[in-house]
Ligand binder design. Structure first.
Ligand code: NOJ
Length: 431
C-alpha cells in the first residue's frame, strides 16, 4: 500500500539562527549560557553548527534532501548590533543564503524573532519595556525592506508563549525570572509587536504591488485530563488551554486580548495573520492541584506511551486534533515545526510517517494544511538542553562539524521528492 501526499502540501524543514549559526555573542542567550548550571551539558550556541560559515554546504544538504521549502531565521543582534546601527554586511550574508536557496528551487519562510535578543535591547528592558514594539518595528522594517525582493513569507515571532513561560514562569531561560504577571505583560507586548510588524510588512509589499504572507509560529499543545472523570481536571484543562493555546491564537487572529494577558481589542480587529503557523510536539496530562503557584494544576506525561529522548510523549493524533481545531478558521495552515529528539534515529522515521499520515488525513477532510516543516534540518543547540537534544534529519558531529544525513533524513528526502510513503520505504527505514 502506498500513501500519497497531495502535491499541494509542500515539504521541508526548519532551523533557528542562534541554534545553528554560531557567533551571536552579543545576545541574552549567550550571556545566559555563561552562567554555570543554566545549560544541561554546559554548552552554548557560540559555535553550534557553525552554519554562518557553512551556508553553501548546508543549502546543498537541503537540496539533496529534496526540500521544497525551508524555514530559517534572522538573528536580530547580528543585523542590528546596537540600538542605532544596522549591519548591512550581515544582511547581505542572509541575502546570499536566500539566493542560494532560490537557485535550488527552495522557497524560504523567514523568522524575524526566535527567542534571542540583542544585549542592547535587554539593557533597555527587553520585552518588558513599553516601547519594545516600536524597536521591533524598526528592525523589521530594515530587514523586510532589504529582503523583500527575495522573500514573500514571514514569521514575525516564534512561540511567544514559550518565550514567556520559560523566561518568566519557570525561569529556565533568560531573563530567568519567576514573575508570571511580568510574563503576561511580555506576552501582551509580543502580540502588540506582532500586530505592528504585520501592518508594516503589508505596507512595504503593498507599496511594491507585491503579495506577502505573514504569521506567527505558535506552539500549541494537547491537554487531556489525568482522570477523564474528574470535573476538577477538566476545569484545569480549560484554564491551561486558554493560557497556552488561545491567548496567542486570539491575539493574532482577531487582535483580541484574553485575560489574564489583557482585555479587548486595543490594536484593531484583525485578522493579523495570513496563515496559521503551528509548532506541534506533544501532549500533557493535566491534574488539578491545590497549589495556586502552578495555577492549580500539575502537568504530567503519559505514563506508558513512547517518549522521545527528552521524555516528551510521542502522540501523532494530537497533531490531527489541533489541525481540526485550526481548520475552523478560514486560513491556510503551515506546520512550522514538528519533530523529535532522537539521538539514535530509531524513532524518527516512524514519527515522520505517522505525523505525515495525519496531515494527509486532515487534508482529505478539507483542512487547508499547506506546509510541513520538520524540526530540524540538522542537530542544533537545544536551549537549556544544550547540544545533546538531537532533533536533526542531519547528524552533526560538533567536534569536526561533519554533517551526515541520518537514515530518517534519507527517508524524508524520498518522501519530499515522491510525495509518497510506500510499503518498501516503511520496511527499509522503520525500526
Ligand atoms: C520549538 C522551538 O521553536 C525550537 O527552537 C526548539 O528547538 C524546538 N521547539 C524543540 O524544542
Amino acid at each position: 500500500m502506498v500513501l500519497k501526499l497531495d502535491r499541494e502540501l509542500l515539504l521541508g524543514s526548519a532551523t533557528a539562527p542562534y541554534q545553528i549559526e554560531g557567533g551571536a555573542t552579543n545576545t541574552d542567550w549567550h550571556q545566559w549560557c555563561q552562567i554555570p548550571g543554566k545549560i544541561k551539558d554546559g554548552t552554548s550556541g557560540e559555535i553550534a553548527c557553525d552554519h554562518w560559515n557553512r551556508i553553501e554546504e548546508d543549502v546543498e544538504l537541503l537540496s539533496k534532501m529534496g526540500h521544497q521549502v525551508y524555514r530559517f531565521g534572522i538573528e536580530w543582534a547580528r543585523v542590528q548590533p546596537s540600538a542605532g546601527a544596522f549591519d548591512d554586511e550581515a544582511l547581505e550574508r542572509y541575502r546570499y543564503e536566500i539566493q542560494l536557496l532560490k537557485d535550488k528551487g527552495i522557497k524560504p519562510l523567514v523568522t524575524l524573532h526566535h527567542f534571542v535578543n540583542p544585549d542592547w535591547l535587554m539593557e533597555k528592558g527587553g520585552w518588558e519595556a513599553a516601547d519594545v514594539a516600536d524597536r521591533f518595528e524598526r528592525y523589521v522594517r530594515y530587514v523586510v525592506d532589504g529582503l523583500k525582493d527575495l522573500v514573500d513569507e514571514w514569521i514575525t515571532i516564534n512561540e511567544p508563549f514559550v518565550y514567556m513561560v520559560n523566561g518568566y514562569f519557570y525561569a529556565i531561560w533568560p531573563p530567568g525570572k519567576n514573575e508570571p504577571f511580568t510574563g503576561f505583560k511580555v506576552l501582551r507586548n509580543m502580540l502588540h509587536a506582532h500586530v505592528k510588524a504585520y501592518g508594516v510588512i503589508h505596507q512595504i509589499y503593498e507599496e511594491q504591488g507585491q503579495e506577502v504572507k505573514v504569521g506567527i509560529a505558535h506552539h500549541m499543545r494537547i491537554f487531556d485530563p489525568h482522570n477523564s472523570r474528574s470535573p476538577l481536571d477538566k476545569m484545569s484543562i480549560r484554564l491551561v488551554n486558554r493560557i497556552v493555546n488561545d491567548v496567542v491564537l486570539e491575539g493574532m487572529l482577531h487582535g483580541r486580548l484574553l485575560a489574564p494577558v489583557g482585555t479587548g481589542q486595543p490594536w484593531g480587529e484583525g485578522p493579523f495573520c495570513d496563515f496559521l503557523g503551528l509548532n506541534y510536539y506533544s501532549r500533557d496530562l493535566i491534574k488539578f492541584s491545590f497549589n495556586p503557584k502552578n495555577f492549580f494544576m500539575k502537568i504530567l506525561t503519559h505514563p506508558t506511551n513512547p517518549k522521545n529522548d527528552l521524555g516528551w510523549e510521542i502522540y501523532s493524533e494530537g497533531l490531527y486534533r489541533l489541525l481540526q481545531r485550526l481548520g475552523r478558521y478560514d486560513l491556510p495552515i503551515y506546520i512550522t515545526e514538528n519533530g523529535i529528539a532522537d539521538g539514535t534515529d530509531n524513532q524518527r522515521p516512524e514519527f515522520i510517517i505517522n505525523h505525515l499520515k495525519v496531515v494527509q488525513r486532515a487534508r482529505d477532510e478539507g483542512i487547508p494544511v499547506e506546509r510541513y516543516y520538520h524540526w530540524a534540518t540538522m542537530d542544533n543547540f537545544e536551549w537549556a538542553e544544550g547540544l545533546e537534544g538531537r532533533f536533526g534529519l542531519v547528524e552533526v558531529d560538533y567536534a569536526t562539524q561533519k554533517r551526515t544525513i541520518r537514515s530518517s533524513g534519507a527517508m524524508y528526502a524520498e518522501i519530499c521528492k515522491s510525495h509518497e510513503i510506500a510499503e518498501e520505504m516503511i520496511n527499509k527505514y522503520v525500526k
